[in-house]
Design a protein. Structure first.
Lengths: 465, 469
């Protein structure tokens, strides 16, 4: 095995492996160092398996609540988390193998083990030292974290993280989920469908705190209807962890209450992987918040020739943001001049039911920035396709700059919001205004028609309400 | 030589005209400035006047007919001249008239040179005007479906969108690549995208590329409000200080195409040589009187300022501001004079220069120049000019071109007086001559328009009595 490459990437997750493919495409000899499975958290214990479970949850809800209405007689619906979990594992394994295949196809050398950075663009894996002639790219990602300060250290039995939740053999009778961002909301959806009594706890005033307030409202309503106990603006002050249950003390507006659950799922934030990999010794500095410090234009770290991408390089901690950075850095290293990454145009998606997707600013952010804007909305209750599919929860909301008609932000809550948001991502990337969005003819009947209608509404010309 | 008479654009938006009635019949003698026919424009019935002396040889169209602007309607020439050859082309329409009729409205004067003269005289060699057919097709309204939707797009959106759309297709096939948002911002802020370097994919102009692009000088608003610095002087003109004229389709096309060619201010230059012999004599006489009565001397520059102001009064088409979506024709004449100061230059303004006596202008220009050098001018004293004069004669420059001071549409560059042999009435004589070069913003001033102004200026300087007449 050669010990010298043009580029060595530390970490084979969605940032690292994409960076490696792009570097290889550009003719650079490339290696990826991965200590676990290719595909990283995303493929193995993140994005992909949760989507598999969410699909099960969707099917359960459909059959439980809609079957009769849809003309299907099925009797009692029984659920089996173990079976769903096993399917999700198969999906993850397929995807991870797929990444391995891609590495082979592009002649990217995969080095198994933990890479330790050394000065002079060297990486030590086990006893072997590899040298990068052009660049080392740090893509070591992030991991779940607990809150040990209040007794919520992840013990993997009663206090678990998504890492464990994805491998449970049965759904717990009750589960308290701490943190109602994308991860918390998605697991609330899953466990609720599999029959767990779910309490969703968020310290900030509303769930999905990064999304537009109107999006949060729709999810709260939908969750409450399904029996999920949603508690926002609530602080966990104490946790009594027993062998088979956890008692949480919650505080809200000076009032105290307790919640008991078989398991607690920690879904509040992630820690980046920067320890024990020789960063400090190689001259790679960290920011105050613990991320690797990078030059925002080049993503180069404080060590020359060492770049950093993905979660470990800073928020938003999203696979697609990491992948874009991977492509960008590979092109930079190859001497190209890639267009700048638009960090304000990264879609954000939560795959609960209905899905929540957004891009750009929320209305509150527009207000804070004192922008002159006009909101256009269209509810799916007025959309033919949504009615036909019994999926009328949600809306499209487009925030238009008043003077020029640019799309300041777009928010979609819909059964397929995750697939719909990209129309607006393309629009924003190309600086289309609401007029071009409307002028593009939208197929009928589709959920996407609601996007055109919201664009029209932002100009005061909505047609179908 | 015979002269074509074409349908003139008698209103800024006129695209075609209906010939209501012929006022001169075939065979009738016509004099320049005489009314040939009545023409109904999109706004009113107006006179079509002769641009040359001669005989009405042929009425090409009958009364009642409607023809597009630029089409041949009649031919004027010497009696018995062959007319049939003319209809096939050749022959200048505008004879070298000795004075532009003062009654001609500015819009009319503007449009003249755009007409298909196919001739030789008066057209600036720098930038031939767009042929009318092309101008007309480019000026055509947006496609009905799209335009219709735009019109419904709400009051604030529609105009910007339409402007943006007009900026899209360039007749020459070259397309400015810009995002829809960039186009809207450009339309709103009056930016010309053709010179902007795009940073998007394949050089596409995107929003951030416009961050540092400035629109026309923002001083414009402040300028209009600038009060006169001469307290004793009361301007006689009590009407509107200026008239804003919306851009005709043709003007827009001219502005767009010429701007693409040469930069934000498409400039061309006209040079004329003026015989200063009589001005020099007059000045000596005036100064003799002045010194006898203990008053300051009048400089050549003062006389040039006065003559320019009076000539501008006759040619309001040159006394104008380019305002991106319209042209402001000033009824008042405020002459900016470039004054060199220690680390640059400044243009103090002689307000209402057309109404001031040489003595007033002289005193004022001296005062302004001195205070300019001492950096003691108030902002309103160096803003709000409608036309500029730069004089490097005292530095022995014979001839130069000056840079237009936007939004003004023109500037005069005055060279030094040179004593040289010229033929006067068939005899070689030694005369003091001065070369004057006018830089014109072609979006506002066409070649013939500028030339006619210069001709008037020359006439005035060569007959200085005209200054007091």
């Amino acid at each position: 095995m050669a010990n010298s490459f043009d580029v060595i990437v530390l970490g084979g997750g969605p940032a690292g492996y994409v960076c490696a493919i792009r570097a290889a495409q550009l003719g650079l000899s490339t290696a990826v160092v991965e200590r676990d499975k290719l595909g990283g958290v995303c493929v193995n214990i993140g994005c992909i398996p949760t989507k598999a479970l969410l699909h099960s949850a969707y099917a359960i809800n459909l059959l439980k609540h809609d079957a009769k209405d849809l003309g299907i007689e099925i009797g009692e619906v029984k659920t089996d988390y173990n079976a769903a979990m096993k399917r999700s594992r198969r999906v993850s394994e397929q995807n991870s193998k797929g990444v391995g295949f891609l590495m082979k196809k592009h002649k990217v050398q995969v080095i198994a083990g933990t890479g330790v950075l050394q000065a002079g663009r060297k990486v030590k894996v086990g006893n072997d030292v590899y040298e990068a002639k052009k660049a080392v790219v740090i893509a070591t990602g992030s991991r779940v974290k607990g809150i040990p300060q209040i007794g919520l250290e992840i013990n993997k039995t009663t206090v678990i993280s998504s890492d464990e939740a994805l491998f449970l053999e049965q759904a717990p009778k009750s589960i308290a989920i701490i943190g109602a961002g994308a991860v918390g909301c998605e697991f609330a959806d899953v466990f609720n469908a599999f029959g767990s009594k779910v309490t969703l706890i968020e310290a900030l005033p509303r769930i999905l705190p990064l999304e537009d307030a109107e999006s949060s409202d729709v999810i709260v309503k939908s969750y409450k209807k399904r029996g999920i106990d949603v508690m926002a603006g609530v602080k966990v002050t104490k946790a009594d962890v027993a062998k088979d249950k956890v008692t949480l003390t919650l505080e809200t507006g000076g009032k105290s209450q307790t919640v008991e659950a078989e398991k607690v799922l920690m879904a509040a934030g992630r820690a980046v992987n920067t320890e024990n990999m020789g960063f400090k010794e190689a001259g790679v500095e960290l920011t105050d918040r613990g991320f690797v410090k990078v030059n925002p234009q080049t993503l180069e770290t404080t060590a020359k020739g060492v770049y950093c991408i993905g979660d470990v390089a800073g928020p938003p901690m999203l696979a697609h943001k990491g992948s874009r950075e991977g492509t960008y850095v590979a092109e930079l290293i190859a001497g190209h001049h890639p267009p700048a990454i638009k960090y304000d145009n990264v879609p954000s998606i939560t795959y609960c039911h209905p899905e929540v997707a957004s891009i750009g600013l929320t209305e509150d952010q527009c207000k804070e920035k004192k922008l002159d804007y006009q909101v256009g909305r269209f509810p799916f209750s007025a959309n033919g396709r949504a009615r036909a599919s019994n999926e009328t929860d949600g809306f499209v909301k487009i925030i238009r700059g008043k003077q020029y008609g640019e799309i300041l932000g777009a928010h979609i809550v819909a059964s397929h919001a995750s697939e719909m948001i990209h129309e607006l991502a393309v629009a924003r990337e190309n600086e289309f205004t609401v007029e071009e969005v409307d002028l593009a003819i939208h197929g009928h009947p589709t959920l996407s028609e609601a996007i055109a209608e919201a664009a029209l509404d932002s100009m005061g010309r909505v047609m179908h309400i | 030589m015979a002269t074509k008479v074409v349908m003139e654009a008698l209103s800024p938006t006129m695209e075609e005209g209906r010939l209501v009635e012929w006022k001169k019949q075939e065979g009738e003698a016509v004099k320049q400035g005489e009314v040939l026919a009545e023409v109904e424009t999109d706004k009113a019935v107006m006179d079509l006047v002769a641009r040359a002396d001669g005989t009405m040889l042929k009425q090409v169209i009958a009364a009642g007919a409607t023809v597009p602007v630029g089409d041949l309607v009649a031919v004027i020439g010497a009696e018995g001249e062959d007319v049939s050859a003319l209809t096939g082309g050749g022959g200048g329409r505008q004879a070298e008239g000795k004075a532009e009729p003062a009654k001609a409205p500015p819009a009319k004067a503007d449009q003249q040179a755009v007409q298909p003269t196919a001739g030789t005289q008066n057209r600036p060699s720098s930038m031939p005007p767009a042929p009318p057919a092309e101008a007309a097709s480019e000026a055509a309204p947006p496609k009905p479906g799209y335009g219709g939707q735009q019109a419904a797009a709400g009051a604030t959106q529609a105009p910007a969108a339409q402007q943006a759309q007009q900026a899209q297709p360039h007749g020459d096939g070259g397309r400015v690549k810009a995002s829809p948002l960039a186009r809207k911002i450009a339309a709103e802020r009056g930016l010309d995208l053709s010179g902007v370097q795009g940073s998007g994919p394949a050089g596409r102009i995107v929003q951030r590329d416009l961050d540092n692009i400035q629109a026309r000088p923002a001083a414009a608003a402040a300028r209009t409000a600038a009060p006169s610095p001469v307290p004793a002087f009361q301007p006689q003109f009590q009407g509107e200080p200026f008239k804003d004229v919306p851009l005709s389709q043709m003007r827009k096309t001219i502005a767009k195409r010429l701007g693409q060619s040469i930069g934000p201010v498409p400039t061309f230059y006209l040079t004329i040589e003026v015989d200063m012999e009589r001005v020099a004599e007059a000045r000596e006489a005036v100064n003799a009187v002045a010194s006898a009565s203990g008053q300051g001397k009048v400089s050549f520059n003062d006389i040039v300022i006065k003559a320019t102001a009076l000539a501008l009064k006759q040619h309001p088409a040159c006394n104008a501001w380019w305002q991106d979506d319209h042209i402001r024709y000033w009824n008042e004449v405020h002459v900016s004079m470039a004054v060199a100061i220690e680390d640059g230059l400044i243009t103090p303004v002689i307000r209402h220069a057309d109404q001031k006596s040489l003595r007033q202008i002289s005193a004022e220009s001296k005062d302004l120049a001195e205070r300019a050098r001492a950096r003691r001018l108030a902002p309103e004293e160096f803003t709000g000019g409608t036309f500029s004069i730069s004089n490097l004669g005292m530095l022995d420059i014979e001839e130069f071109t000056a840079i237009i001071n936007p939004p003004e549409a023109a500037i005069l560059a005055i060279g030094r007086m040179v004593e040289k042999p010229v033929v006067v009435d068939g005899v070689i004589d030694s005369r003091r001559r001065m070369r004057v070069t006018m830089s014109c913003d072609h979006r506002v001033i066409d070649g013939a328009t500028g030339a006619q102004f210069l001709k008037t200026l020359k006439t005035m300087l060569e007959n200085p009595l005209a200054l007091v007449w």
